[in-house]
Design a protein. Sequence first.
Length: 366
Amino acid sequence: MTQQSQRYQELSREEQVLQRIEKARARKAKLKEERITLSHGSGGKATQTLIEAVFLEAFSNPLLAPLEDGAVLDALGGRLAFTTDSYVVSPLFFPGGDIGDLAVNGTVNDLAVSGARPLWLSAGFILEEGFPVADLERIVGSMAAAAERAGVQVVTGDTKVVQRGKADGCYVNTAGVGVIEREGELGVALARPGDAVIVSGPIGEHGITVMLARGELDIESEVTSDTAPLNGLVERLLDACPGVRGLRDATRGGVATICNEVARAAGVAVVVDEEAVPVGRDVRGACELLGIDPLYVACEGRLVAVVDGDQVDAAMAALRSHPLGEGAAVIGRVRDDPPGLVLLKTSFGGTRIVDLLVGDPLPRIC
């Protein structure tokens, strides 16, 4: 037996598991599949592998490397944030929103959590032959109303039409530009042991709403999507709390994925208290019926903030003073060990690892 093997056997079972996880994560990403699957769009492990093995490999540069929700650019004597996103939600219309306001809010939110004041958006449409003009007008009208609420303008765009059966009604792409007017940096890689992890309100409402709106399940619920522009909420938080380390909006993959991104980027542990996570009754009930952990369910109007532990009270007061932050809660803390992992303190008194999902329990929710 080699000395290395002997040392490995002397480790506790828990330490052996952690060591194997660390080794697996240290390996260079490699895409094993020969064809794209729905899992590659889930926001979980498959998405991460696709991004690292294909896109980062091809486009690698310092502006892209942080993999934040938007790129921060030095331009014209100041700083700009630039982001893009595509929307393929099914169905196109759902309680609380539609693909139109979802596209505007999503891009506004990506700019906001980058620390920017959103200003201008583009809008690109891929339309299927035969798509009803009335539905398109409804979507565009929803986008216009959402842009007005967020204080942004749609200033450029593009339209393509494909043959019947070659798309699914309507897909939307939006890109956005905003100006960063504050000093300092924001990024989840700046998280430090002792920081608090805050979520701005009840989670999972958007993902469950879309799933139920498909009509595939005989479940009645009054839950509606949480889609909303977060730029006003972010501005209030940053005004009141200079100790904000980083912000993310919890879309695909939910809060669990954001916590994993924090842990990996900063080389820290994130310890989440299950009982502290705000989950509405209808969302919790639907998740139990579907066998889904609400931590992985998408939001479209909720943010996750990593804040200096000494400034939690100021951050919470700022969030709760805004209509979109009334349900804010401290859900966990950043620790130094075990680095790169998210741990959940369960309501039963145990602890388990919260990893990135491999599959996609709720495809096409945005």
